[in-house]
Write a protein that binds this ligand. Sequence first.
Ligand SMILES: Cc1cc2nc3c(=O)[nH]c(=O)nc-3n(C[C@H](O)[C@H](O)[C@H](O)COP(=O)(O)O)c2cc1C
Length: 389
Amino acid sequence: MRKKSVALGGYVSYLPAEVLWPMGHDVKSEGRMKSVGEAMDSSTNNRKLQHIRIVQSDLGVDRRKLYFDGVLLRHRALPEINLADVDPSVEFLGKRLSFPLMITSMTGGDHEILRRVNRNLARAAEATGVAMAVGSQRVMFSNPSARDSFELREVAPTTVLCANLGAVQLNYGFGIQECRRAVEVLAADALCLHLNPLQEAVQPEGDTNFAGLAEKIGLVARELEVPVILKEVGSGMSAPDVELALRAGIRIVDVAGAGGTSWSRVEHHRRRDSAAEGLGLVFQDWGIPTPLALWLLRPYRDRLQLIASGGIRTGLDMAKAIVLGASLCGMASPFLEPALESAERVIEKIERLKREFVTAMFLLGVAKVAEMRGNDSLLLEPLTGRRSW
Ligand SMILES: Cc1cc2nc3c(=O)[nH]c(=O)nc-3n(C[C@H](O)[C@H](O)[C@H](O)COP(=O)(O)O)c2cc1C
């Protein structure tokens, strides 16, 4: 499907039914009671396809706030290094990456499109030496046929792969067993637990009990054999969140800030009840812009590894995020279209990003990523309170 813009001037504007119900919408079965497993299976799978269709169809889902354009770096007219000597590689979770990029969580499930996206992403991640995380694996617990969409080790034997579950599921019956199984399926190097209170609040079938979650995250972090990465999905994380994360034993946080994909806007398209009309649009830009989140979390730089994602669109944005203290940068939606096509298209995209990142390093006069990470002297001006985001 080609990407086309949908005019969303007013508050109540929806995508057509064929976009929302790609597998068909069984209106007749809506009235009957379904078993929990049955309902979750069909709805979780359908939801994953809907997400892809919505991101493809509504250009406005990517908010394109360009918050990173407000961050200026110190150009060096005399960089005093050879471009050929720039080394963008980094170590992450004990493995070497060719440059600090992670394809962040998107999808998986019992459908050919979802399998294809994950395999193309994993092949490209392996070929280019970047990290990859899968989308929520919740679906594989209700539908065993979804499992193989996450079995990516055979196509990505050496690179960093991360599993993914919604943290809030720990309040809805999930525990350490499910986390272990999610990790095992892809022999993952880490488990991403995502935090998405806004998405759940807007979602018609949202799981909105976030009470007491930090303690349960702590239990998983203590017992799991691989590190837990705590991530948002596009609204950012603030200092009180990071304090709770540190107390729970978390050492890697993906701020996943505002400025890129808006889950509030995605879920807006899926709501049909009049009571919530417009809720997802009112909150579509809610959250902490990614560069600001990094800046506000600078007191924590030496206590945890920060991943920057949410609205990162170029290798130059990546360089800015690293200067603002990130160890790694994540991107999701820009990889969707290429991944629907082929692994080669994803590889081309990654190589372009790498070239942009290396060019920025050269122009900053830094030969190693360690020299730029959290190096405030590379900022042309500090990100102060007077800036209007
Ligand atoms: C189609 C799509 C599906 C996503 N599904 C998940 C998911 O299952 N779990 C998760 O943690 N994040 C998910 N995300 C959120 C991304 O990992 C990322 O945090 C967010 O999109 C911000 O990055 P971006 O602006 O580069 O897209 C998804 C993003 C997209 C575009």
